[in-house]
Design a protein around this ligand. Structure first.
Ligand SMILES: C[S@@+](CC[C@H](N)C(=O)[O-])C[C@H]1O[C@@H](n2cnc3c(N)ncnc32)[C@H](O)[C@@H]1O
Length: 234
């Protein structure tokens, strides 16, 4: 008699029949997740006159990068003139030309190495976050940890992005979802939330795609001032 749990047997079966797993093997990607980023990129290009997420020579910061499917996509797209800084809690095999840092994004000690990794300007054209907390099964705790990662990624992106920059941010449906999308709308001229076809139906993940980063947006400052009851005008 097999002692494999039904959920892991189901996962194995799903994995075996998954066209994205087969495609990743064929195309040399480390994870099927690479196709989520490729699909997000194509959808953005389709609605922006051919301009996707990346330009040759871009500086890309990637949070929650292991095992590295998105990293491979980003490194290919920005080319030799570009720079990719990828970080994760877990160790990750090297990707040619990519700076890989290991650490916890919620630990402030990692932020300075990340800034330094971006190069002399400390700025990025694109921030990617596919970070997902380890799920405990306790819904409210998992949602809280997911929101914390999204909020932290959005906060750091708003410090390092160049004006006009782009973001792709994994989010989870939950009580904070709409507030986080609203916060992103303050920073980016265009915000869209998508579930790319490669994202499994049973996964609660969604991706926020922001473009046209506004540096130090007036609206944000005003909202903050108004929230605190301080009179202000544009
Ligand atoms: C879905 S995987 C990323 C897959 C990746 N995009 C790819 O294409 O291979 C999510 C990653 O987020 C990382 N992660 C979760 N919490 C993190 C944190 N606090 N700091 C850094 N990485 C974190 C996990 O270790 C995991 O490797």
């Amino acid at each position: 008699m097999s002692n494999r749990r039904p959920s892991s047997a189901r996962w194995l079966e799903e994995h075996r029949n998954d066209p994205y797993v087969a495609a990743a093997r064929r195309d040399g990607y480390r994870s099927r997740a690479a196709y989520k980023l490729l699909e997000i990129d194509s959808a953005l290009a389709a609605r922006s006159g051919g301009r996707g997420l990346f330009r040759p020579g871009d500086v890309v910061l990637e949070l929650g990068a292991a095992p590295g499917g998105w990293t491979q996509v980003a490194a290919r797209r920005v080319g030799d003139a570009g720079r990719v800084v990828a970080m994760d809690l877990l160790p990750m095999d090297p990707v040619p030309g990519v700076l890989i840092l290991q650490g916890d994004f919620l630990d402030e000690a990692i932020l300075e190495p990340l800034r330094l990794g971006l190069g002399p300007t400390g700025r990025a054209d694109v921030v990617l976050s596919d970070m997902a907390p380890n799920m405990t099964g306790v819904k409210i705790a998992d949602q809280g940890r997911g929101s914390l990662l999204v909020e932290a990624a959005l906060g750091f992106a708003s410090e390092v992005l160049r004006p006009g920059g782009r973001i792709v941010l994994k989010m989870f449906q939950g009580p904070d979802f709409h507030d986080l999308v609203r916060a992103a709308r303050i920073h980016f001229t265009q915000v869209k939330v998508e579930k790319p076809p490669a994202s499994r139906d049973r996964s609660a993940e969604l991706y926020l795609i922001g473009s046209g980063f506004r540096a130090a947006p007036m609206a944000f400052q005003e909202e903050t001032l108004q929230d605190r009851g301080i009179p202000c005008a544009s």
